[in-house]
Ligand binder design. Sequence first.
Ligand SMILES: *Cc1c(COP(=O)(O)O)cnc(C)c1O
Length: 389
Amino acid sequence: MKSYLAHLECGWSGEIYPANQLMNLSPAAQRPLLARYDIDAARKAFPREALLGREPNLWRYAEMLPVQDEAFRFTLGEGFTPLLRLKRLGAALGLANLTAKDEGQNPTGSFKARGLVMAVARAAELGAKALAIPTAGNAGSAMAAYAALAGLPAYVYAPRDMPMPFLAEMKALGAEVTLIDGLINDCAKYVREGVEQGRWFDLSTLKEPYRAEGKKTMGYELAEQFGWELPDVVIYPTGGGTGIVGMWKAFDEMEKLGWIGPKRPRMVSVQSDGCAPIVRAYDKGERTAEAWANAATIADGLRVPVAVGDFLILDAVRASNGTALAVSDESILSSVLELGRLEGIFAAPECGATIAALRRLVESRWIKPNERVVLFLTGNGLKYTHLIR
Ligand SMILES: *Cc1c(COP(=O)(O)O)cnc(C)c1O
């Protein structure tokens, strides 16, 4: 399978850069670079029927993914996660068509596997010799796993209060972990220093072009699993926002490929009361988000005070007629327990946020009883046992 990757484009300024060298942010604007494909050629060579019989992992979309050489298409079976019907939770909320994309079934227990398999594969293909990442936990674990497959050293910088199971997992996967007194953006400073010293390549969210490419496969899968008719509402717990940005890009690509029509889901970005920079910017009508002071939430993946792709998240939410809302940590935790009790899924706190948001949107009638709603259950709960009493 041939990749139709063509070039990189700055998401802010539209400037074009070549895709055949390691790149972080766009050099001029210091904003995220997005991968662009030769879609006219792909449209002829890659009809959606070509997917029949392919392996059930994210490489089934290889033509629209950046990795050129098959030897770098590492896999631990990531992607093509099940779309689960949530009948009992749906009934409790008065919804007839509630489903979950169960991303907790990915390798290392979260959807970070999608982004990191792609970023690591492409970095290795373009000659990176070592990899580093700032993380709340899941991204570091996923990078460690794929760096192992690539045979590259992995350096992880994480907040000191990261739950123990993450640390154990990263170490077991061969990463060198440094714990920092601070948040993910403080960890990012250490990674940047190492870049300046030429020690490694930086795989921070949206600071290289390919994590978003891995995450966009959630959008391809939604279309495929819904029979090429996208659902009405997608609810997504937002930290750095690669998932929303990636899915929105995927919908656009699929329409150009002739795979889907112009209909889009309303994209809902959910954050915690304790760290909601995107929600605040959405409410104020701003295109970029100010840093959130004193970020604190039990949903570690949402404790992201600054997102370099803020404008891409906000653009997608607005263009889709979606919305952004923040929920309390209390409602996050009670929703995790409700999901477990009603549906047999032990999910990470970030997932509880999607359910708490859903409840509010049903109560305010923003979501109608028959609409097809998808919750992104982004991670498994097993690394957060400290929250359950
Ligand atoms: C990282 C993470 C998120 C946030 O994802 P972004 O793409 O950074 O917005 C949500 N849930 C879990 C479980 C995560 O690990």
